[in-house]
Structure formats: structure tokens, C-alpha cells
Design a protein around this ligand. Structure first.
Ligand code: TEU
Ligand code: CA
Length: 558
């Protein structure tokens, strides 16, 4: 495997609206991020992904971009962004942006021109199609519900395609002119000093431009989830992504992480191998195992054993061909501690043990803001406390399916994307030190005790544990093994333990996290060394003992 500058680093995701507000309008901004760069540096972060900060009407929180080369005034100015880049560089932090190019905003000038004159060049940047027999061109269902087709304003039988909200028209990747404009825009950011991109919803570009009808799925509305088309056309996405790599990333040795859902297994090497479409892709194995159910509300938690099985399988699949980016949560997910762990470990103790797994797996882990202090789901008391369009749509669908308001609210509390979008908890003051005024989203219920200030100097805190794990990854004595060393699963002694080895050149590390109710033990020959532990664990008589809710990293003697 060719070595690259991003190998062995730990990345951090900022959701800018909720990270830190610097000017008291209740909304996080770029100057807020600048202020907190030393915090990220102290944690050990070397790659920083900032979710969209471009000009946007914020129908989908900035994932609807109206101008790819402008900063939204809500977040600050281009000068603020340049300052952020320069200050991050001083701290050895590479900044990556969000590349949202499956779709843009209906407020983008391309779409406005296209609607005003469907025969103009910009109209060919979108999928404009005639309806069939008075109906939409086909029966695909958008990711946020409803048809992927809406009528072009002012037209009788002309539709445009959108795999997400109707305000997010899909871009026509089959048009080489459009592709070139995207590459030019990316190179413009690279020349500014941006180190790479997280590539949003990118498998959605794998389309069949003839848009055939699909067999209806189990939801009962006669439609089929649009992801089915994408899963059948990985090859289309791959072809475009290789061209994008050649024209952009490869020229700049830039880093790319794909938000890739629905990848067919035998395509892994094509996507993350040495000559793959991306530097890495997020590991959504557990998320995908959860979303096999036809409806959002029919969600069932994974057991620890199921979580272990899918996570380990993904590791084994990529051992020989590339790197995944392990995640336990992001801005589209409820908090990992609340989702993946049994109820008794949805606390600081569980957060630390889960962190051990997340950061010691093979790959380039992405920590989502607040994860490093063990943030759990936010408690929402009413539908009016949610902001996200998806949450509101799913709530409506729950009621349509006959669920009570109380049950629908419970579904959202478990699953809503807003769980992870509430303000970062900096201290115990009013509004948790996020802002001096009422924030745009409610503040997490536990902010008085669960916050950065309470943890930063406490050696037993979740923060200190994350910091130690990241430092271990950077330690020259372990860096090679923790970066390139193979992943090897160990048997699970109690159906609740994730245990594995990382095997490097003449070095073996044992990692274990126990989410059960009883202690577990692993062989660790005399002379082995405990490198990190959380909770209670000990090394004695040739064994390492890991108490319930605890985790270890042990260097096994040769
Ligand atoms: O998400 C893509 C995506 O597939 C989502 O539908 C995801 O599955 C869902 O949010 C899980 O609940 C990306 C962005 O991360 C997301 O925030 C955007 O809303 C979406 O693209 C559209 O740009
Ligand atoms: Ca602000």
C-alpha cells in the first residue's frame, strides 16, 4: 500500500451551526471555529472536516448550495475562512470541506436560469424529463419522502429530478460541461489551501438516465426507494469519480472521504484501493444493518453482538485493500452512545469504551463534535423542538401510519438527526458556553455536568481518554502498527465484548471493550504491557481482566 499524508491521522467533524457562536446571534460561525482550534489541537486532531458553510437558503442545513464559491454570511466572510485555514495550518490541522455535488439548491443561478428557459445550457446541468401519461417520469421515491420528480415551475409536463428535498435539484453528471465546472470549482478551493473534501451522498450520481420504472417496495405507496437505482449503477458513479480524481484530488495530493452507501462488496478495492475513487470511505456497516427495515419508524436496535459482527466484517474486508473511516455518529445520526450501547452503558463509562474501539480500529477515524466528551441523545419534549426537515417529514409519516403522537415523538427521540445537531457543550453557563443568546437549537439537558470545562483537566474524563487514545496513535512506538497493522478479530467471550488484535511488524496490540455485565479475560503473556485502560482492568497471571463497561489496549509480549 502506498503511504499517504493522511494515513494514521484522526479527523474531527464540525457541524458549524452548532459548534461555537462568536457574535451572539445564536448560530455557530467561522470565528467560533477559529477560537476553538487550540482545543482541537490539544485533543490531537490533524484533519478537520467542516460541514457546508457555503451560501445557502438552509432548507437542508447548507446541504443545498446556492453558490459553491461563497461563504454564507451566517458563518462569516471569505476573509474569516482564509484566516481559519492559516491558523489551522499553524497547528498542523488540515481543513477539508464538504463537497455537495449530487445536487445544488433550487436557489443556485444554474437552476434559476434552467427554469426560466428550459432550452438553455444550464437546463442540461439538471435532469429535465417529460412526464408520462400525466404522471411523473418514473416511480422512484426521494430520500426525504415523496417522488423524486417535481414539475419545473411554469411548465405543464416537464419535471426535474431530486433524490433529496424538492429544493435540492440533482445535477446531471452525464453532462461533461457540468463536470468540468465542478472540477474547476474544486481546484479553486485546493489552490486556496483546502486539503480535501468529504464527498456528500455521492453514490446518488450513479443513475440510469432513462429513468425506468421500478418494482414497488414494501412501503405500500407504489414507489421504490431511489437508492435501489444507485445500488445497480455503482459502475456509473465509479467512472465519474475516477475522472474527478484525475482532474482534481490527484493533482493536489488531496484527501477525499466518500459518503458512500450501497456499495457492492466486490467494489471495495475500486473505491478505496491505491488507485481507488477515494482516499477512504466512511464505515456505515452498522448504520446500514439498522436501516434494512422498510420504514424509519420500524427501527430496531442492534445488539452488541450484531454491532460487532458487521463492524468486524467491514474491517476484514478492507485489511488488504485500503482504509475505512470508522465513525460512531455524525450530523445525520443520533448519538453513538445512545444508539449502539446497551442502556446501562449509555454514560461516560460506555462512551470511553466505545471510543477505544472507534479509535483503535484500522482506518482513519472521524470524531463528531461532542463525541469526545460523551454526548448522548438530546431529549426532545415536542415536535416543535425539532428543526430538521427529515425529522418533521418522518413524524408526519408516523402519524399517517397510525402511530400516536407520543410514539412518534419517541421514534424521533431515538432516531432524529437533530440529536447530534444541538449545540456543543463548552461549559455549565447559560447556553452551555456555546452562545450568549438563545441558540438556534435547544441545549442538551445535561449541560450542567456534561461539558468540556468539566472534563478538560480531569484525567478520568471521556475527553482525557480520547486524548490519550489519539496520543497513542501518534506515539512513534505504536504509530505503524496502529496505522498499517492488520485487524484480527478475537472471539467474544460474553456476547457483549468487542475484542481484536492489531498486528504490525513484530508487534501485537490487543484491544477489548466489554459492554456486558461481567468481567471478561484474555490471554496476555507475562511481560505484556497495559497501554491504555478505561473503567477497571488489570494484567495478572498471564491474563488481562476487563471489567464490565471497561476497555483496554495492551501490548502483548512476543
Ligand atoms: O446524506 C446523505 C444520505 O444518504 C442521508 O439521506 C442519510 O442517509 C440520512 O440523513 C440518514 O438519516 C447527506 C448529508 O450528510 C445529509 O445531511 C444531507 O441531508 C443529504 O446528504 C443531502 O445533501
Ligand atoms: Ca454567530
Amino acid at each position: 500500500m502506498q503511504k499517504q499524508w493522511w494515513h494514521g491521522k484522526v479527523a474531527y467533524q464540525i457541524y458549524p451551526k452548532s459548534f461555537k457562536d462568536s457574535n451572539g446571534d445564536g448560530i455557530g460561525d467561522l470565528r467560533g471555529i477559529i477560537e476553538k482550534l487550540p482545543y482541537l489541537h490539544e485533543l490531537g486532531i490533524e484533519i478537520l472536516w467542516i460541514s457546508p458553510i457555503y451560501k445557502s437558503p438552509f432548507v437542508d442545513q447548507g446541504y443545498d448550495i446556492a453558490d459553491y464559491q461563497a461563504i454564507d454570511p451566517l458563518f462569516g466572510s471569505m476573509a474569516d475562512f482564509d484566516e481559519l485555514l492559516a491558523k489551522a495550518k499553524e497547528l498542523n490541522i488540515a481543513v477539508i470541506m464538504d463537497l455537495v455535488v449530487n445536487h445544488c439548491s433550487s436557489e443556485h443561478e444554474w437552476f434559476k436560469k434552467a427554469c426560466a428557459d428550459p432550452s438553455c445550457e444550464e437546463a442540461s446541468y439538471f435532469y429535465f424529463r417529460e412526464g408520462k401519461d400525466g404522471k411523473a417520469p418514473n416511480n422512484l421515491r426521494a430520500n426525504f419522502g415523496g417522488s423524486v420528480w417535481d414539475k419545473v415551475p411554469g411548465q405543464d409536463n416537464l419535471y426535474y429530478c431530486h433524490f433529496f428535498a424538492k429544493e435540492q435539484p440533482d445535477l446531471n453528471w452525464f453532462n461533461p460541461k457540468l463536470r468540468q465546472r465542478i472540477y474547476d470549482m474544486m481546484n479553486w478551493w485546493f489552490e486556496k489551501g483546502v486539503a480535501g473534501f468529504r464527498v456528500d451522498a455521492i453514490m446518488c450520481i450513479g443513475k440510469d438516465p432513462s429513468f425506468p420504472m421500478y418494482p414497488a417496495d414494501a412501503l405500500g405507496d407504489g414507489m421504490c426507494a431511489c437508492g435501489v437505482m444507485n445500488a445497480e449503477h455503482n459502475d456509473v458513479a465509479e467512472k465519474f469519480l475516477q475522472e474527478m480524481q484525475d482532474n482534481t484530488f490527484r493533482k493536489h495530493q488531496a484527501f477525499s472521504v466518500g459518503e458512500v452507501f450501497g456499495l457492492q462488496k466486490d467494489n471495495t478495492e475500486k473505491f478505496i484501493g491505491d488507485h481507488g475513487c477515494f482516499s477512504t470511505i466512511f464505515d456505515f456497516a452498522a448504520r446500514e444493518a439498522l436501516s434494512t427495515k422498510p420504514a424509519y419508524f420500524a427501527f430496531e436496535k442492534l445488539s452488541v453482538a450484531q454491532y460487532r459482527a458487521v463492524t468486524f466484517k467491514a474491517q476484514e474486508l478492507t485489511n488488504d485493500c485500503g482504509f475505512l473511516a470508522p465513525v460512531i455518529e455524525n450530523h445525520d445520526e443520533p448519538r453513538g452512545v445512545s444508539t449502539w450501547l446497551p442502556e446501562m452503558w449509555q454514560n461516560a463509562r460506555g462512551a470511553k469504551a466505545l471510543g477505544t474501539v472507534n479509535l483503535m480500529l484500522r482506518g482513519i477515524p472521524f470524531v463528531f463534535q461532542g463525541q469526545e466528551i460523551g454526548m448522548t441523545n438530546t431529549r426532545f419534549g415536542s415536535i416543535y423542538e425539532f428543526d430538521d426537515l427529515q425529522s418533521k417529514e418522518e413524524y408526519r409519516r408516523c402519524l399517517d401510519h397510525g402511530l400516536s403522537e407520543e410514539t412518534a415523538l419517541r421514534v424521533l427521540n431515538d432516531q432524529a438527526r437533530d440529536n447530534a445537531r444541538t449545540p456543543m457543550l463548552w461549559d455549565d453557563s447559560r447556553f452551555a458556553g456555546f452562545s450568549t443568546e438563545v441558540p438556534w437549537m435547544k441545549v442538551h439537558q445535561d449541560y450542567k455536568t456534561l461539558n468540556v470545562k468539566a472534563q478538560i483537566d480531569d484525567p478520568n474524563s471521556v475527553f482525557s481518554h480520547y486524548k490519550a487514545l489519539i496520543a497513542l496513535k501518534k506515539n512513534p512506538a505504536y504509530h505503524e502498527t496502529l496505522t498499517y497493522g492488520r485487524f484480527e478479530a478475537l472471539d467474544d467471550p460474553n456476547e457483549h465484548t468487542l475484542a481484536f488484535l492489531r498486528k504490525g511488524d513484530g508487534q501485537t496490540l490487543l484491544v477489548a471493550a466489554n459492554f456486558g455485565l461481567k468481567e471478561v479475560a484474555f490471554k496476555a503473556p507475562e511481560g505484556s504491557r497495559m497501554l491504555i485502560k478505561s473503567g477497571e482492568a488489570s494484567l495478572e497471571n498471564g491474563e488481562v481482566h476487563v471489567a464490565e463497561g471497561s476497555s483496554v489496549v495492551v501490548e502483548l509480549t512476543k
